[in-house]
Design a protein. Structure first.
Length: 247
């Protein structure tokens, strides 16, 4: 008691000194640790969402300027050839009449088909426009390939399918909520809406015939078809990869 009395301020006695606070209990320290953990988890979650929704889109949009220049170079340098072509009928499907890849040609007729040199993986080779959709009214440059690095540019062509404008089923996949979200409002398309695709051969115009949803395992939507078709794929619903929206 003598030691404490000597350490108090002038005019104070030991009885006047404020009582010392008790040390936090073990349970309190645990709860406080959990609280800070949730704060950091919340901050990380918000950062991840911001990255996915806005930062990836910022960079994808910025890349479009470079891809547009690359696309112009592709159009100027692509090798164009004409080959004899007989429309191929896929088993189980009716023959196309007339085949849209041959000007005025009926099914089974031999005609000349224009082809372009194959694009390199990851390179810009086409531009897609959908006048009826706000997200694609001005067009979006498409790259060759659907690897993660390719789709960071927003939309990519499945390289094992024909190029747009060629016989068969050309397939383009695109993001709906990230990386520029070019296919954001693809679900708003209706039968008869037009889809335009520019390649080194020119502009290919497709008419929507169906819009539907499948499971990710339903890869039959990418299988060959008689005639010249374009299939667009994206995740469904928005912010989820549970299903695939097909046009």
């Amino acid at each position: 008691m003598t030691q404490l009395a000597e350490n108090t301020e002038a005019g104070e006695t030991a009885e006047d000194a404020p009582p010392s606070l008790p040390s936090p209990s073990f349970g309190y320290r645990i709860m406080r640790g959990f609280g800070w953990t949730f704060v950091w988890l919340g901050a990380l979650t918000l950062g991840f969402v911001a990255h996915q929704l806005w930062i990836t889109t910022f960079f994808a949009n910025a890349n479009q300027a470079d891809l547009e220049v690359e696309l112009e170079e592709r159009f100027a340098a692509a090798e164009i050839a004409e080959v004899e072509y007989v429309p191929v009928v896929v088993p189980g499907e009716p023959p196309p009449e007339p085949d849209p890849t041959i000007a005025g040609g009926a099914s089974g007729a031999v005609g000349l088909l224009k082809t372009e040199s194959a694009p390199e993986d990851g390179s810009a080779f086409a531009e897609i426009r959908i006048p009826s959709l706000e997200s694609l009214a001005e067009g979006w440059t498409v790259v060759e390939g659907v690897k993660l690095s390719d789709l960071k540019n927003g939309a990519g062509h499945m390289p094992w399918t024909p190029l747009p404008g060629q016989p068969g089923n050309a397939v383009i996949s695109g993001h709906r909520t990230t990386y520029g979200q070019p296919f954001h409002d693809l679900d708003q398309l209706a039968d008869g809406d037009l889809i335009e695709v520019d390649t080194a051969l020119g502009t290919h115009i497709y008419s929507v015939t169906d819009v539907f949803v499948v499971k990710p395992t339903d890869v039959w939507v990418t299988h060959p078809k008689s005639g010249a078709w374009l299939t667009l794929t994206t995740c469904n619903p928005r912010f989820s990869a549970r299903e695939r929206l097909i046009v």
